[in-house]
Design a protein around this ligand. Sequence first.
Ligand SMILES: [Zn+2]
Length: 189
Amino acid sequence: MRRLLLALPFTLLPLAATQAAEDEHAHEHEHAEHSSLAAHEHGAAQLNVALDGNTLELALESPTMNIVGFEHAAVSASDQAAAAKAKQQLQDPLALFSIAPGADCSVTKLEVASLVFAAATAATKNASEHSDVDADYALTCNHPEQLQGIDLSELFKRFPATQKIQVQLIGPKGQQGSELSPANPRLKF
Ligand SMILES: [Zn+2]
């Protein structure tokens, strides 16, 4: 399943490429001292989506700031509670991505990872670097024809610090890319 997304040649559209270059430029100034994460801009995230037959794959990569509100290891009780709540919300892709009930999808792969979700260790407690959330999902759908597209309105609602998501989507009609936002949360296959 992982192989499918990795094998697809995601080519950015000219507009998106220009935007990405601008974002990276801004980011270099903003985070000049943090070189470990090259494309990390708070408020922005990336989502790759592929629908192939009965299988819908989604891969979300977001600065942890957008999801949890901080990026360091969760040490205090309130940080741990915030991290646990965010993780729980990420572990429900059917709701998070507003998957049409008529598509009759079940979750066959669910991997949610971030430094923030790991137990704090001596090494991570004092880390001041940025961190990301990586969430990978695969769904198997009995009626994939009922999937009209991708709807991120619930994701934007759950994680309001997320202002824009660069989406690369591959569906029955081919590949498309778009930047979705709370005001424009949907993209059709
Ligand atoms: Zn950051």
